[in-house]
Design a binder for this molecule. Structure first.
Ligand code: FAD
Length: 456
């Protein structure tokens, strides 16, 4: 018969591990962690490539140097994680056109300013429309003409950088407001995931870099979740059944939108609607290894942009020489539609496309890449995307509904973090938050039982 524990945690990414840790440290030790893949870390994942350790998922600790300290930055410092400061500010002065020339800095700066202004204008316009729909005294006639859409390659490239990366210049982003504007690239052989291992070490049995604790169960794909007033029953793909008083579900919003896990009874309508409404962003870092470097080096050249007539077509590039000198590795980032397109094609095809773009920028005589790495976050059935993307105009009710428990099912994960969704620290803080709410619920439940007992 299935054994019963207090809590089952589904998923061993940063949020699942931080939720488990807070529970274990507060007396809930009979917990079980079910992880679908063969490792912990989830969207934090390193791989050896071209002689160094590259991060396929989260790469940066974002939000450093501000008035409050980013908890993930603190963990990194405690572990002596090797990091490298990233200065994006010069990217706009390294925009290549289709003849391989860099746009003059005046033109680049002007285009950038125009794009920022038009994004702000667009945002204000949407706010006015919303307010007038809600009847907040706004006058529809105040709604201005929409700003003209980006058309030229340089406009499209800047639009891509502004909207698919960071809108910090358009709207304040809580991560940078709270923790500071600096970003550090993790460049450590042990990987970003070392932070998770260090967290796990505090409450699980480990030895020589491995987790040996039988409460962590790898290769356990949860397919069904039965829940009632009395408890939960979780069924995995290999036919195992686990029972508990509560379950903490840390799978991504993309997985919740897919049919991987069926709920019996089904989740209520308000929950389903919230899950369906949340956008999933796909973000793909493609790594390319070369026999030698042919691109300009130096800190102010770390990031460069290719302006093509197709938006997002191999637009955003980074050389790894600052973080890993002598590695001869370039990274190009694709998003959403372009990510899905390359995920569906053979890597040789992607290599050919990337080389085509590089030859436009650096001339026909550059060497071919000797190796390529294309992560597939969209097609991974345990991820279904890279991170949650809420509308830029805040909708507190939506996040509340995504986060709210349904009976004995508690939700966690980066997508449940109101201020920091989409980030590692968002996942980390969400785990602590959900763990804390569950502890309260368990305490209340116990008090209730004692009171019932006294009444009998
Ligand atoms: P996850 O890490 O997804 O953990 C959920 C776990 O659940 C996974 O291990 C999964 O295998 C498991 N699971 C799924 N389905 C099941 C099932 N049915 N049964 C059992 N287990 C299941 N953040 C930053 O701060 N900085 C960055 O630079 C950054 N860059 C990113 C780049 C990319 C390409 C990606 C993908 C993400 C990036 N992020 C970044 C976001 C960050 O990685 C995530 O916000 C964070 O890691 C999410 O943690 P989580 O615990 O919420 O989810």
């Amino acid at each position: 018969s299935p054994s019963r524990s207090s809590v089952i945690i589904v998923g061993a990414g940063v949020s699942g591990i931080s939720a488990a840790k807070i529970l274990a440290e507060n007396g809930v030790e009979d917990l079980v962690i079910l992880e679908a893949s063969d490792r912990i870390g989830g969207r934090i994942r390193k791989e050896d490539f071209g002689g160094v350790s590259v991060e396929l998922g989260a790469g940066w600790i974002a939000g450093v140097g501000g008035k409050e300290s980013n908890p993930v930055w603190e963990l990194a410092n405690q572990s002596d994680l090797r990091t490298h400061f990233s200065d994006y500010s010069n990217a706009r002065y390294n925009i290549y056109d289709r003849s391989g020339k860099i746009f003059p800095s005046g033109i680049a700066a002007d285009s950038y300013k125009k794009a920022v202004d038009s994004a702000i204008q667009q945002l204000r316009r949407e706010e006015t429309i919303r307010e007038s729909i809600r009847g907040c005294g706004s006058d529809v006639t105040r709604v201005t003409e929409p700003p003209s859409a980006p058309k030229t390659p340089i406009e499209l490239a800047i639009d891509f950088i502004l909207h698919d990366f960071e809108m910090a210049e358009v709207e304040p982003i809580s991560t940078f407001v709270d923790f500071g504007e600096r970003e550090y690239l993790v460049a450590d052989e042990r990987g970003y995931e070392y932070l998770l291992y260090k967290m796990a070490e505090d409450f699980l049995c480990t030895s020589e870099g491995k987790i040996l604790d039988s409460r962590l169960k790898l290769n356990k794909v949860v397919r069904e979740l039965q829940h009632s007033r009395n408890g939960v029953k979780v069924i995995t793909e290999d036919g195992c059944i686990y029972e508990a008083n509560y379950v903490v579900l840390s799978v991504s919003i993309g997985v919740l939108q897919s049919d991987l896990i069926s709920f019996r009874p089904p989740l209520p309508r308000w929950k389903m609607e919230a899950i369906e409404t949340c956008d999933v962003m796909v973000y793909t870092k493609i790594f390319l290894k070369f026999p030698h470097k042919f691109w300009p080096c130096g800190p102010e050249k770390e990031f460069f942009i290719y302006a093509h007539e197709r938006r997002g077509y191999y637009t955003f590039w980074q050389h790894m020489e600052n973080a890993f000198p002598g590695s001869n590795i370039l990274v190009v980032t694709l998003t959403n539609g372009e990510s899905k397109r390359v995920e569906a094609q053979p890597d040789e095809e992607t290599l050919k496309e990337a080389m085509g773009v590089l030859r436009v920028m650096f001339g026909p005589n550059i060497p071919n890449a000797t190796d390529i790495l294309v992560p597939r976050w969209w097609n991974n059935r345990f991820q279904r995307g890279s991170y949650s993307n809420y509308p830029i105009i805040p909708n507190p009710q939506l996040v509340q509904n995504i986060k709210a428990p349904v009976g004995r099912i508690f939700f966690t994960g980066e997508h449940t973090s109101e201020r920091f969704n989409g980030y590692v620290h968002g996942g980390y803080l969400a785990g602590i938050d959900t763990g804390t709410s569950l502890l309260e619920e368990i305490r209340k439940g116990r008090k209730g039982e004692i009171q019932n007992h006294l009444l009998e």
